[in-house]
Design a protein around this ligand. Structure first.
Ligand SMILES: NC(=O)c1ccc[n+]([C@@H]2O[C@H](COP(=O)([O-])OP(=O)(O)OC[C@H]3O[C@@H](n4cnc5c(N)ncnc54)[C@H](O)[C@@H]3O)[C@@H](O)[C@H]2O)c1
Length: 261
């Protein structure tokens, strides 16, 4: 097969969690541009429906569901509706997450810790388990992509605080990815992760207001800049498609070289 054809997702159905805005929106558009119909879920209905309109403008089908990814009853209802609307699921991108606590570790509220771990790590288990069962039952070769972070492998030393709950959750995402890859390889479900570095989005906008933080991030990054919001699209389509047919349990780092140093 021609190498460019390996990246095509024509006729496939994808789900993107947290797909309403920023990076999740970009993942959804990338999958649609490659040919997939896309269901997105998010807490934000207006932004979510707007992203659906953009997917439809590309000639694909789209579906939005308002879902809190920590609530398993909402996940069940969303999956049932998405499958009814778009058909059986081939691709799941676990992107939804919340930023971290931004305060000293010894002062982090216990409930906030639980919320970050539940939102950024456990939700990936809740979603993937259900989608994998569906893929196994429908005998489809599935692909699951988990959005980790450079903070899965390094503790950030750039912001005034190290955001340990976030880093811990993302390190869990990396290991959960390997575990799911091992468990589900016999069912032809491939599971990989993407580890973004600092990308210009709402999540990094707060820190970008402070020139000293921007300076620390750029000077600690060999490419000397933040990533653009569209610079993960290639990695997402690679891992979602036949172009990565022998990859499972891997983590693709897209960070301008940040984790080299
Ligand atoms: N922006 C970066 O520089 C960066 C770097 C490394 C990793 N990441 C990861 O990339 C992903 C997307 O990042 P982003 O910058 O676009 O973040 P973002 O906060 O802009 O978007 C996350 C989306 O998830 C949704 N969401 C949050 N909690 C949810 C919940 N409980 N249920 C359903 N939806 C929920 C939000 O509404 C939002 O639309 C995240 O997993 C993030 O950790 C981002």
């Amino acid at each position: 097969m021609n190498v460019l054809d390996l990246f095509r997702l024509t006729g496939q159905v994808a789900i993107v969690t947290g797909g309403a805005q920023n990076l999740g929106r970009q993942h959804a558009l990338a999958l649609a541009e490659a040919g997939a119909d896309v269901a997105i879920c998010d807490l934000l209905p207006e932004a979510g429906k707007q992203t659906c309109r953009e997917i439809e403008a590309l000639g694909r089908h789209a579906f939005f569901g308002q879902v809190d990814v920590t609530q398993t009853d909402q996940i069940d209802a969303f999956l049932e509706a998405a499958i009814k609307q778009l058909g059986p699921i081939d691709i799941l991108v676990n992107n939804a997450a919340m930023p971290s606590e931004g305060c000293a570790l010894e002062t982090v509220d216990d409930n906030l810790w639980r919320k970050i771990i539940d939102t950024n790590l456990s939700s990936i288990f809740y979603f993937s388990k259900r989608v994998a069962r569906h893929m196994i039952a429908t005998k489809r070769p599935g692909r699951i992509i988990n959005i980790a972070s450079v903070n899965a492998v390094i503790i950030s030393n750039i912001l005034p605080r190290h955001n340990i709950a976030y880093c811990t959750a993302k390190a869990g995402v990396a290991h959960l990815t390997r575990g799911m890859a091992a468990e589900w390889a016999p069912y032809r479900i491939r599971v990989n992760a993407v580890a973004p570095g600092y990308i210009h989005t709402a999540q990094t906008a707060a820190s970008a207001k402070y020139p000293e933080i921007v300076e620390r991030i750029t000077s600690n990054t060999p490419m000397k800049r933040y990533g653009r919001i569209d610079e993960l699209k290639g990695a997402i389509v690679f891992l979602a498609s036949e172009a990565s047919s022998y990859a499972t349990g891997s983590m693709v780092t897209v960070d301008g070289g940040h984790t080299i140093w």
